[in-house]
Design a protein around this ligand. Structure first.
Ligand code: ATP
Ligand code: MG
Length: 561
């Protein structure tokens, strides 16, 4: 099994699942470990899936086992090839390779045969109650269920009806196939669960071959068993379904795959539910599944998040049984950790203010070396032109500077990153009093950023030479939602009402000329501004950058507290 480079994916600390697997192997319960990642192709993968991917593929890798990618495609109304393709791409992007690519729909024939086997064993029957009746008669937590009047049908009658269901002789909803278990079971899942329903819908792989489709609880365990999955890892909402999972496999005497549940990932300011993500896309609150504000893996990729950062994130959050919500800043921390060493530095100014160095020779151009990675000089430098007129960030100047404002102010000296010390001498304004330019002087002896007399300055500014500046478009992203839990809304509202109207701000910016050559997907760190990734919307005239993350590290601060 070949998955990610182990150096990028060091063995995770032992969680309860890894401890369980180790026990199983020590007790020789299995010869090896076989897992699967089982998405339903009814949407794009999101950060929650990343956790499941890292767990299933990671465990298989650590125990020299195998992991299948299995599409749980039993609901033709919601599934499509587009989603299948996106899932394959995203799992690969995460750095994993599956052993087998499987589809629940490939098991339709076998599943059907197992359903007949249950009927012959007297463990399943065709129910002809309406959906409504089935629901009411199921009972509640405090009230036992009521047997269906059709529960006592003979095996012969059940087989004949089930075959007619398959042959398309009944309308949708006319009958269902149910397991015959116990209508008084404490676990409601065990009160004669539905195994098959009639649904005339074209399946993205099997077309119109079938008009009956198996339900999740029947399909999943049998698919696991057919693939000899030793450890079927799923999220906690399936805990009640485990009893049925075991019942089906035992009743059919199949390979005893075993299900273990772990807590879903939730992240502040984030929605991790495909249904709601579909709503965001369909109602056009975002530009698509891969909008960089989306918590989808395709959105993360487009935003410039490296898969290594996501794997690191998944390892840090770990796997446990208790539900908890992870702070979004932990994800940002992992992104910065990675990009800090991989994203080369460059200079750009988002809100430009002209600065004229009056004692710098007109027409002169000098080239300065900006280290691509300050901590790793061997990675080289970016050559940046410097001239008499440059752009600086408007917010780096204050006319009435407060005491601790260490950036530029009248009479104050600052360093221009890897260039010179400059002092602000005068402020130019238009007739409305808006600042149009700053007039400064530079100290020729401070070339490279220091002086012979070791004079200290407190501020260092980024800048771009005016005559060399290249216009670029920059998209500044913020959280898509204004509150930590977007679902926590008053009655009558929905998570849609908590969308942050300022989650995307697009600005025209100026960068050093080398930056325009970056290809979509390439990441840079604009000095003092953050990490940015060139977007596929770029044209030869205009390079578009998405802000991946700012430099501000709220997480490190929180951790120190
Ligand atoms: P959603 O609720 O977003 O629709 P899902 O559980 O229906 O997600 P599936 O495609 O069925 O999505 O999930 C594939 C696998 O990913 C399942 O094993 C599921 O348990 C796991 N998974 C889905 N969401 C999360 C999450 N938030 N955290 C951890 N694992 C998740
Ligand atoms: Mg699901």
């Amino acid at each position: 099994m070949n998955t990610v480079d182990t150096e990028l994916h060091p063995a995770a600390p032992k969680d309860f699942i890894r401890a369980m697997i180790e026990n199983d192997l020590n007790a020789r319960r299995h010869a090896g470990v076989q897992t699967r990642f089982p998405p339903e192709p009814n949407g794009y993968l999101h950060l929650g899936h990343a956790k499941s991917i890292c767990l299933n593929f990671g465990v298989a890798q650590e125990f020299s086992g195998a992991c299948n990618l299995r599409f749980d495609d039993t609901n033709p109304l919601k599934e499509s090839q587009e989603y299948v393709d996106s899932i394959r791409k995203d799992v690969r992007w995460m750095g994993f390779t599956w052993t087998n690519e499987c589809y629940a729909s490939d098991y339709f024939e076998q599943l059907y045969a197992f359903a007949e086997a249950l009927i012959f064993a007297g463990k399943a029957y065709v129910d002809s109650q309406t959906m409504e009746e089935i629901r009411t008669n199921r009972g509640t937590l405090t009230k036992v269920g009521v047997d269906s009047p059709y529960r006592t049908r003979s095996v012969e009658e059940n087989i004949a009806l089930f075959r007619q269901m398959r042959d398309g002789q009944f309308a949708d909803g006319a009958h269902v196939l149910r397991a015959k278990i116990d209508m008084a079971a404490a676990n409601i899942v065990m009160r004669d669960p539905t195994l098959y329903r009639i649904r005339r819908a074209t399946h993205h792989r099997t077309g119109n071959t079938w008009c009956i489709y198996p339900l999740y609880d029947f399909t999943h365990c049998i698919s696991d068993s057919l693939e000899k999955i030793t450890h079927s890892l799923c999220t906690l909402e399936f805990a009640n379904n485990r009893e049925l999972y075991d019942w089906v496999l035992e009743s059919l005497n199949l390979f005893p795959s075993r299900q273990t549940e772990f807590a879903r990932l939730s992240i502040t300011r984030t929605i991790l539910s495909k249904r709601k993500l579909i709503q965001l896309v369909e109602e056009k609150h975002v530009a698509g599944w891969d909008d960089p504000r989306m918590p989808t893996l395709s959105g993360m990729r487009r935003r410039g998040v490296p898969p290594e950062a996501l794997r690191d994130f998944c390892q840090r959050i770990g796997v446990a049984r208790a539900e908890n919500t992870v702070d979004f800043s932990l994800l940002e921390f992992c992104i910065r950790e990675h990009l800090n060493t991989t994203a080369p530095r460059a200079m750009a100014v988002l809100d430009p203010l002209k600065l004229i160095i009056e004692n710098y020779p007109e027409g002169q151009v000098e080239w300065f070396d900006l280290p691509l990675t300050p901590d790793a000089p061997e990675k080289g430098v970016r050559r940046i032109p410097f001239s008499r007129e440059i752009w600086i960030e408007r917010e780096d100047f204050r006319e009435d500077a407060p005491k601790k404002f260490f950036r530029l102010a009248p009479g104050q000296e600052v360093r221009l990153r890897c260039a010179y010390y400059i002092t602000c001498k005068a402020v130019q304004k238009d007739e409305n009093g808006n600042i149009t330019a700053l007039v400064c002087t530079y100290d020729p002896q401070s070339r490279g950023g220091g002086t012979p007399d070791n004079r200290k300055v407190k501020g260092t500014l980024h800048w771009v030479s005016a005559s060399h500046a290249t216009p670029i478009t920059v998209r500044l992203y913020d959280h898509l939602f204004t509150q930590d839990d977007p679902d926590n809304v008053p009655d009558g509202q929905s998570f849609i009402d908590t969308i942050n109207p300022a989650s995307l701000v697009t600005v025209s910016a100026l960068s050093d000329p080398t930056v325009a050559a970056l290809k979509p997907g390439e990441t840079v760190q604009f000095e003092r501004l953050g990490y940015f990734c060139a977007d596929a919307d770029s044209t030869p005239e205009d390079t578009v950058f998405n802000r991946t993350a700012t430099l501000k590290d709220t997480w490190a601060k929180m951790e120190k507290r």
